[in-house]
Design a protein around this ligand. Structure first.
Ligand SMILES: *Cc1c(COP(=O)(O)O)cnc(C)c1O
Length: 384
């Protein structure tokens, strides 16, 4: 309840999200505490098997977080000579900064592709437009929970011999129009289990999956995540410490089996919003014609970009929590603007100015989503 006694609709409350699982999480934590095994070991190995089986990948490697998962993939591809410093990697211009950080960290060149206004993701047209003779890879980002791949993009990647990497931080459990599950679409995929994701750890956690068995790539990524070492005190590469904690693996093993029901719950909320929001000042997200969306975020736009902030404060005054994913595209961030700020990426700029994310966490019920829709329908575009 708000101070005025009106109901309030939090955007996300991680305490509430995890409360129903408290007993199971505590039991799993106790299991790890009593095991005496705090780095690697059976919890991490079991989680890796469960994750790869769940998405239809051949291999999963537990790592420290989503950014490290991406960094390890690109760094390993460079070490193995499959990519060379300076090679171009296409990346959607409206992604979260981590996607781009991983590309530049490996000495590769990001080429920003403007996303599609209908899917808010990279599509075949955007991919083709961003291609140059130096393009060697594409980092597709399944933003907001929608798979950003299809047979047309697969055809382009195959024809041009591109390495396909997925940023699957937001779309665990989604399928592309061909029915392929995210994490088994590209050659390698990065997962984040940051606490706010559809499956969230109780801290930082992530994973890499490989669609097909690739012992050389797997071995290099595992070594890089462990100081560049396979064998104690023998360092083959200048590596990092990017391992997944057994404690977080145990938390994730409690949550992973709930993924289908979690994604179904999000789909129910999305349907309620799609059926009930009728305000002509608001543009709703589109549903994929085939494949499944997992609604990590339910992102609306204001027809007038300048109205977005007014809509956000209006919703706040009615007790509806919202967020913006993301207010500034990576190429305009201070760390990249000197090199890329001049680029003309009108769709990414339009999205940054006009997107607004509505609540879809387990704190929100379908009744709440109906009430939030009614509040949105009462918004007058003239209100300031
Ligand atoms: C969350 C996120 C990441 C980074 O994951 P961390 O675990 O927070 O490092 C990368 N890409 C996208 C699209 C994300 O949403």
């Amino acid at each position: 309840m708000t101070e005025s006694g009106a109901p309030s609709y939090p955007f996300l409350d991680l305490g509430l999200v995890n409360a129903p699982l408290a007993a199971e999480l505590e039991a799993a934590a106790l299991r790890v505490i009593r095991s005496g095994r705090f780095i690697g070991g059976p919890e991490v190995e079991a989680f890796e098997r469960e994750l790869s089986a769940g998405c239809g990948a051949s291999t999963a490697i537990g790592v420290s977080n989503g950014l490290d998962a991406l960094r390890l993939i690109f760094k390993a591809l460079v070490i193995l000579g499959r990519l060379k410093p300076g090679d171009e990697v296409i990346v959607p211009a409206n992604t979260y900064i981590a996607s781009v950080l991983a590309v530049t960290d490996a000495g590769l060149t990001p080429v920003f592709a403007d996303p599609s206004l209908s899917t808010l993701n990279l599509d075949a047209a955007g991919l083709l437009k961003a291609m140059t003779p130096r393009t060697r890879a594409v980092l597709t980002v399944h933003l907001y929970g929608r798979a950003a791949w299809d047979s047309e993009m697969e055809e382009i990647a195959r024809e041009h011999n591109l390495i396909v990497v997925e940023d699957n931080a937001q779309a665990i459990g989604a399928t592309d129009p061909r029915g392929v599950t995210t994490g088994a679409i590209g050659h390698a995929a990065a997962f984040s289990f940051y606490p706010t994701k559809n499956i969230g750890a109780l801290g930082d956690a992530g994973a890499v999956t490989l669609r097909e068995s690739d012992p050389e790539l797997e071995r290099t990524i595992r070594a890089l995540a462990n100081y560049g070492s396979h064998k104690r005190y023998v360092n083959e590469f200048q590596g990092y410490n990017c391992r997944l904690d057994p404690l977080q693996a145990a938390m994730l093993r409690v949550k992973l089996p709930m993924l289908p029901q979690e994604n179904e719950r999000r789909n129910t909320l999305a349907r309620v919003y799609l059926e009930n929001i009728t305000n002509p000042a608001i543009i709703l997200p589109t549903l994929p014609e085939s494949g499944t969306h997992v609604w990590h975020q339910f992102v609306i736009r204001t027809v007038e970009p300048a109205m977005r902030d007014a809509l956000r404060s209006y919703l706040d005054s009615r007790g509806v929590g919202t967020d913006i994913h993301y207010p500034t595209p990576p190429h305009r961030q201070p760390c990249y603007a000197p090199a890329y700020g001049h680029l003309h990426l009108p769709v990414a700029d339009l999205l940054a100015a006009s997107v607004l994310s509505l609540p879809v966490s387990s704190c929100t019920t379908p009744e709440d989503a109906r009430a939030i829709s009614a509040i949105l329908n009462d918004f007058k575009a003239s209100e300031k």
